[in-house]
Design a protein around this ligand. Structure first.
Ligand SMILES: C[S@@+](CC[C@H](N)C(=O)[O-])C[C@H]1O[C@@H](n2cnc3c(N)ncnc32)[C@H](O)[C@@H]1O
Length: 427
């Protein structure tokens, strides 16, 4: 019974994400079937849903030979259970008899799926014995076709393929340590590897169980996401604006360097996360939190430095949030370059002459990275302050000819894809 409940919960998570266009984190909050599970059943349900989302396009290609209609035409519970069954067999190596019997049982016990149980049984019995089409599907078919074209246009065929292969692996957990001086010691105690510019890496798992969580000694932040704030080169006491700050990963880095930090975000809900994160890490007093649109916000003083982590398509974080490839479409991401350019131009007016702006986006799409920076350099009173190989350290191979960073799998260890440019106000 509990084995089939975990299959039903995994399928429910897929319906919440793919049909109702929510993130997997939101789905796990909302799904009552998932919420009712405990212990290993809950962990297995999450693992099945996560594996299915991570390789969704390949799974659909793998199932296609056993279906006489496109999978999209199946009713949502049947479609979701098919994908859950395939993910168990082809990715999680669940024994064939358990895949078929427990996934079909899940359908029989689920009113909305009951009528599809015979169909599921027939398809899954074939699928567990034949993964040929799944194995033959190219890595880039983890994404919908339109996104593969987008990523190939920005990164080339090999670059996009490398990103897709990375998405198929379960990512580790990266931590940023509040007090850099304790990083080495903490790394030893929790058995972490040092990666990037001072991040610690542990296997993914229960975050709150890692030593130092409650004391606020560290926070979760991908090794590439930790770079932008490091490039600000802040002196203690300087005024730094963190525009687009929530949930506050980079705000904490800036505050931990002793800067007078103003964290601006237009989402009051997301600013609550900033507040919680600052409280937990004992950095709350160093930061003023402002709910405002950074395009029109007019503070009393100019900043010594600004970090602008602009809203973006977030396709550089698909290995952590693979559902992003399926719940966003071309129309959802079309507006970003204009918004990013407006925010960058606004930032140029908020920093002192000679002051630094670090612009970053967690996407490898050229039109949200290099193209936005090129447009701002034309008429926003900014010049590039190229990032040096010494500053980039293990990310040096990610430096562009112009001195920006585009962090991709080429750096030799897995991390998110970010575009980062450092600019200076000229007058
Ligand atoms: C990529 S996230 C920022 C992540 C954050 N810097 C961190 O490291 O944790 C982008 C943020 O921009 C905010 N945002 C989008 N448009 C904005 C605007 N016009 N003004 C201020 N914040 C904005 C969103 O609410 C979102 O929280």
């Amino acid at each position: 019974m509990s084995a089939s409940r975990s299959r039903q919960a995994a399928a429910d998570l897929l319906i919440e994400t793919l049909d109702n266009r929510r993130t997997l984190d939101e789905a796990m909050e909302l799904s009552e079937t998932y919420g009712a599970l405990t212990g290993p059943d809950r962990g297995f349900a999450r693992a099945m849903a996560s594996a299915a989302l991570r390789q969704l396009g390949r799974i659909d290609k793998g199932l296609a030979p056993f279906l006489n209609r496109p999978i999209e035409t199946a009713v949502p519970p049947a479609r979701a259970l098919l994908r859950v069954g395939a993910a168990q067999s082809w990715i999680l190596d669940t024994p064939a008899h358990a895949v078929v019997s427990e996934t079909v049982n899940a359908a029989k016990q689920w009113a909305r799926a009951r009528s599809a149980s015979g169909f599921l049984n027939a398809v899954l019995r074939k699928a567990v014995n034949d993964r040929t089409a799944f194995d033959a599907a190219p890595a880039t078919s983890v994404w919908p076709d339109w996104l593969t074209v987008e990523l190939m246009t920005s990164l080339g065929v090999e670059g996009a393929s490398a990103l897709a292969r990375l998405q198929m692996e379960e990512p580790d957990l990266d931590l940023t340590v509040r007090d850099e001086g304790f990083a080495e010691d903490l790394a030893k105690r929790i058995g972490a590897k040092r990666v990037g510019l001072g991040s610690l890496r542990v296997a993914s798992g229960d975050v709150a169980g890692v030593e130092g969580y409650r004391a606020g000694d560290w926070w979760v932040q991908d090794a590439a996401a930790a770079i932008p704030a490091q490039l600000l080169d802040i002196e203690p006491g300087q005024t730094v604006f963190d525009l687009c700050a929530a949930p506050g990963g980079k705000t904490m880095q800036i505050a931990a360097k002793g800067a007078k930090t103003i964290a601006v975000d237009r989402s009051k809900t997301r600013l609550q996360r900033v507040e919680e994160n600052l409280e937990r890490t004992n950095l709350r007093e160093a930061v003023e939190i402002v709910a405002a649109n950074a395009e029109t916000w007019s503070p009393d003083t100019l900043a010594d430095a600004i970090l602008l982590d602009a809203p973006c398509s977030a396709f550089g974080t698909l290995r952590r949030h693979p559902e992003g490839a399926w719940i966003k479409g071309p129309d959802d991401i079309a507006r970003f370059p204009e918004v990013q350019l407006r925010l960058l131009k606004a930032a140029a007016g908020l920093v002192k002459p000679d002051g630094t702006i670090v612009y970053c986006v967690c996407t490898p799409l050229k039109r949200e990275g290099a193209d936005v920076v090129a447009a701002a350099l034309k008429d926003a009173g900014l010049e590039r302050a190229p990032i040096t190989a010494e500053e980039a350290g293990p990310f040096a191979s990610a430096l562009t000819g112009a001195g920006d960073l585009l962090t991709l799998p080429q750096d030799g260890f897995a991390h998110d894809a970010f575009y980062i440019s450092r600019l200076r106000r000229t007058a």
